[in-house]
Write a new protein. Structure first.
Ligand code: NOJ
Length: 566
């Protein structure tokens, strides 16, 4: 039987910024419950909840203090159970975030672990002696600085690939793995629909922990070759399936920076029993320089198309793709690959159509469905994200100008995705003061207005979801990239024995032309979805207007003479 998650659409909620029910300025579980009918109306099947566990919030919940308790600011375990139940009544499953590469330094395991070299929990984390007063190796943390922190109590260093309040767990240690598996069962027994696994391909480190290469202008070594897709990653994932996941019918998606399509073939081939799908970063890295995300470059559409082509072909009938433009770590796609001024509506719809017609499970990040945009706060003090703040400090120490750093933050900072959900012209997120400033464009970009306007971006998403439910070609059809070197147009074809769909997207504000008969088979074409009112055709030529997007469906086998537009 086909797994349910192949036909599902996932909606990601970043709870802190979604909906505040009690006026403290922080989103919460009751807030989410109050909006489930909105999500039902959109048509999604699954909610992925970013972490809601007890946490001191050094990294907004990705630093977990207690895996089996709910963050007080978000509510109670009862609220979570209510959310699972209310969602279930509407046919929606709740997927939880599984953050097990690291914990908070306030987790009881770490408190014990750091207390003495003889602690029974010592091996839950990665401890090493320094070398001549220096850290054990030259790795840099993803959140700036060294990846090692000296802990005076035992005069040793612990590894933290993220902030120093996020010590890495030691997966080599069997008892630690078993604790994690038990914790996963605890959540699965509550009836959740699966896990999104945070940086799960980092959990196996090369035990020798060799120095990494120091790239141009970087202060630390890049250790990724020794912790991404490490030596025992497949063993650990298979053990997790055998001991836990195989006993439940759930969705699993592994967040896997640095995984190639070849890696993904192994991770997602159902015969291997590892994960259903992964989040790749390759398409998200195309507008950065080779060594760091803050080195902002213009997007090369040809590279983007080639990248999607590679992933679509590699996983077709082998594994499974996840499809996303946005999440809580990425800038808003309409500001990034679209145009958030005069063409905001058109380009947001174009990006949605372009992504949702691919093969894989689509993920929608809160606010994407109304075309929320990036923000530009004048003052650094309005930013909240630890990655952004640490990076700013480090770059200033290196002598980089304030303006240059701010322009990277405007383009790539994670707070772009974390401003509160825009429910109404006056915000509608909280009655109090939000924990991070609201984007002032809520006056005209908000849910209330989107729902009232039948040609809004929201209804394009709704229609895309309906199309996916109705037409198996979207789930199963083959993929072929057309016009691979065209600098503005992203055109591709999906195909089954019965049908052929042509998907045309203009990623620029320039009009382009297509000779449509060069692309379509011999039959009558139906417009399945588009972002302009009607197509512009003269004779054999289709004009593809700025940010235009449309999908044409053709039955196969009919002759070209019968072709008409409808
Ligand atoms: C990836 C998460 O998506 C991100 O938000 C977090 O900061 C890191 N992993 C560390 O957990």
């Amino acid at each position: 039987m086909e797994p349910w998650w192949k036909r599902s659409i996932v909606y990601q909620i970043y709870p802190r910024s979604f909906m505040d029910s009690n006026g403290d300025g922080i989103g919460d579980l009751q807030g989410i419950i109050s909006k489930i009918d909105y999500l039902k109306n959109l048509g999604i099947d699954v909610i992925w909840l970013s972490p809601v566990y007890d946490s001191p919030n050094d990294d907004n919940g990705y630093d977990i203090r207690n895996y089996q308790a709910i963050m007080q600011e978000f509510g109670t375990m009862q609220d979570l159970e209510q959310l699972i139940e209310e969602a279930k009544q509407r046919g929606i499953r709740i997927v939880m975030d599984l953050v097990v590469n690291h914990t908070s330094d306030e987790h009881a395991w770490f408190v014990e672990s750091r207390s003495s070299k003889d602690s029974g929990y010592r091996d839950y984390y990665i401890w090493r002696e320094g070398k001549e007063e220096q850290p054990p190796n030259n790795w840099g943390s993803i959140f700036s600085g060294s990846a090692w922190e000296m802990d005076d109590k035992t005069d040793s260093y612990y590894l933290h690939l993220f902030s120093k309040k996020q010590p890495d767990l030691n997966w080599e240690h069997g008892p630690l793995r078993n604790e994690i598996f038990d914790m996963m069962k605890f959540w699965l027994e509550k009836g959740i629909g699966g896990f999104r696994m945070d940086v799960i391909n980092f959990i196996s480190k090369d035990e020798k922990l060799p120095n990494g290469t120091i790239h141009d202008e970087q202060m630390y070594g890049d250790g990724s070759a020794y912790f991404m897709n490490g030596p025992k990653i497949h063993t650990y994932l298979r053990e997790m399936n055998e001991k836990v996941l195989n006993h439940y019918d759930v969705l699993t998606v592994g967040e896997m920076p640095g995984a190639s399509p070849e890696d993904a073939q192994i991770y997602t081939d159902p015969d291997n029993q590892e994960v259903n799908m992964i989040f790749t970063f390759e398409h998200m890295n195309l507008d950065s320089g080779p060594n760091e995300k803050w080195d902002v470059r213009p997007l090369d559409l040809v590279a983007l198309k080639r990248n999607f082509e590679k992933w679509q072909l590699a996983l077709h009938e082998v594994g499974w793709n996840s499809l996303y433009w946005n999440n809580h770590d990425q800038p808003r796609v309409v500001s990034r690959f679209g145009e958030d001024g005069a063409y905001r509506e058109l380009s947001a719809k174009m990006l949605a159509i372009c992504l949702h017609l691919l093969q894989g499970t689509p993920y929608i990040y809160q606010g994407e469905e109304i075309g929320m945009t990036n923000v530009k706060f004048d003052s650094l003090s309005d930013y909240r994200d630890i990655e952004t703040l640490n990076m700013y400090k480090e770059k200033r120490q290196q002598g980089i100008a304030h303006e240059a750093i701010m322009s990277s933050i405007y383009a790539k900072g994670r707070d772009n995705a974390r401003t509160p959900m825009q429910w109404a012209p006056d915000g509608g997120f909280t009655t109090g003061t939000p924990w991070i400033r609201m984007n002032t464009n809520t006056t005209f970009i908000n849910v209330e207005q989107a729902l009232a306007n039948e040609s809004s971006i929201f209804y394009t998403y709704q229609k895309l979801i309906q199309l996916r439910k109705k037409h198996a070609i979207i789930t199963h059809g083959s993929f072929q990239l057309l016009l691979p070197d065209h600098p503005d147009l992203f055109v591709y074809k999906r195909q089954t024995d019965e049908e052929e769909w042509l998907i045309v997207n203009n990623f620029s504000d320039r009009p382009n032309q297509l000779v449509w008969k060069e692309f379509v088979p011999h039959s009558k074409g139906n417009v399945m979805i588009s972002n302009y009112e009607s197509l512009k055709i003269e004779g054999d030529i289709v004009e593809v207007r700025p940010y235009e997007s449309f999908v044409l469906a053709f039955e196969r086998r009919k002759s070209i003479e019968e072709s008409t537009w409808s």
